[in-house]
Design a protein around this ligand. Structure first.
Ligand code: DNO
Length: 391
């Protein structure tokens, strides 16, 4: 597979010359300065592409060309937004950037309750604790009917937490869930918003009455509308699975398991409609056998994210695992994808914060040393697999 790296643009403290030194071949990035929903101009795409190429690298994947909420819940501006999306795709196609990652998760992109969970070895990493999330949902958000989604034991734990959480703890949790992970790099709510909880409730309200089938239909509609542009320019769309791959906050999630993936691939049965195989996201769902998913969907996978998680047997938490450990079975995944397509773009996803990363202010999960270590491991697996399998 092609060794790619998610780079957040010219402002990223991790520079392209650093990436060149550690063996990265392709760049995964986006025009982060363009607001969601606006057209990506051809000149701006070419400008960034040339910049990347001047470092001896290539722009392999766009992550993400964001799909606006109004396309997902069907707002009055849907048609205009889809038109804009098609123009951006055509411009990317003209520039020769042809693998496009996006997601179809309502409101939240990914979700974690702790972005710097300490590990015994002194590193920190991302963590999702169900009872803390339940506390956020029931106590901070006070979502109507939230209690229905949790067990009695979880609700009892929420009561206990409520006795201990300080206003500062609450503020940190709000920042983690609503600003940092919801928002991430293309968010609806940013650090400058004064009342994130109020805004967040408004976003959730947009999805009232939208169930799984409706969201599926909205995804099918979007994909069917953009496929002619993808056919014309040879663009591969690849949806990112829901992270975590389960229902949260009463929102429908439709890319969580084999049945979901089969559904959207069949609903628009075009090879340009494909998957970002995010091993870490998929591994966080106990329903998923990750290598089995890879075997089934490798042919429609256009981009691979390699990482792994450990999930508590009772599903009470999950955390990032070492790239060689956890539920994902990265070694087997490399074998499957190397056989399928040795040119598939692959990036290591997330990595521990370590050896001074914590002082740099990197985006959560996107440390330098942690990801570099993971890339070294995955590179070793790829070389071994290629030799053993004569690829
Ligand atoms: C988080 C990422 C996601 C991903 C988007 C793609 O670490 O995997 O934010 O980039 O969901 O649209």
């Amino acid at each position: 597979m092609e060794k790619t790296w998610r780079w957040f643009g010219k402002k990223d403290k991790i520079t392209l010359s650093m990436l060149r030194q550690i063996g990265v071949e392709g760049i995964v990035t986006a025009l982060h300065e363009i607001p969601n929903g606006e057209v990506w101009p051809l000149e701006a795409i070419l400008d960034l592409k040339q910049y990347i190429e001047s470092y001896g690298l290539r722009w392999s994947v766009v992550e993400s060309l964001p799909v606006c909420e109004a396309i997902k819940y069907v707002g009055p501006e849907r048609e205009q937004l889809i038109e804009n999306y098609k123009i951006s795709l055509a411009n990317l196609g003209k520039a020769g950037v042809k693998t496009i990652c996006y997601n179809f998760m309502p409101v939240l992109d990914w979700a974690r309750t702790d972005l710097a969970h300490p590990y015994p070895n002194g590193t920190t990493s991302l963590y999702f604790d169900r009872k803390t999330f339940a506390y956020f949902d029931c106590r901070i958000l006070q979502r109507a009917g939230a209690e229905k989604d949790y067990s009695e034991a979880e609700l009892a734990a929420v009561e206990e937490m409520a006795k201990q959480m300080t206003p500062e703890d609450d503020a940190k949790l709000i920042d983690t869930i609503i600003v940092k992970t919801q928002g991430f790099v293309n968010g609806n709510i940013t650090e400058n918003d004064r009342e994130p909880v109020v805004l967040f409730r408004k976003l959730l309200a947009l999805y009232e009455g939208i169930d799984k089938d409706t969201l599926r239909e909205n995804m099918r509609y979007f994909l069917a509308a953009i496929m002619p542009v993808c056919d014309e320019y040879g663009i591969n769309m690849c949806v990112h699975p829901d992270d975590p791959p389960m229902q949260i906050l009463g929102l429908p999630r439709i890319v969580t398991c084999a049945e979901d993936i089969r559904w959207f691939l069949n609903a628009v049965d075009n090879p340009h409609n494909g998957l970002t195989f995010c091993a870490g996201s998929l591994s966080a769902g106990l329903q998923n056998d990750v290598p089995a998913l890879a075997r089934e969907f490798a042919g429609r996978t256009h981009f691979v994210h390699l990482r792994s998680t450990e999930v508590a047997p009772d599903n009470s938490y999950f955390q990032e695992a070492d790239h060689l450990g956890g539920r994902a079975n990265v070694i087997e995944l490399v074998r499957i994808f190397e056989r399928e397509n040795p040119n598939l773009p692959m990036r290591v996803d997330h990595g521990p914060t370590m050896l001074g990363d914590e002082e740099k202010g990197y985006n959560a999960g996107y440390s330098f040393h942690g990801r570099m270590l993971a890339l070294g491991k995955v590179d070793g697996i790829m070389a071994t697999v290629r030799q053993l399998e004569n690829l």
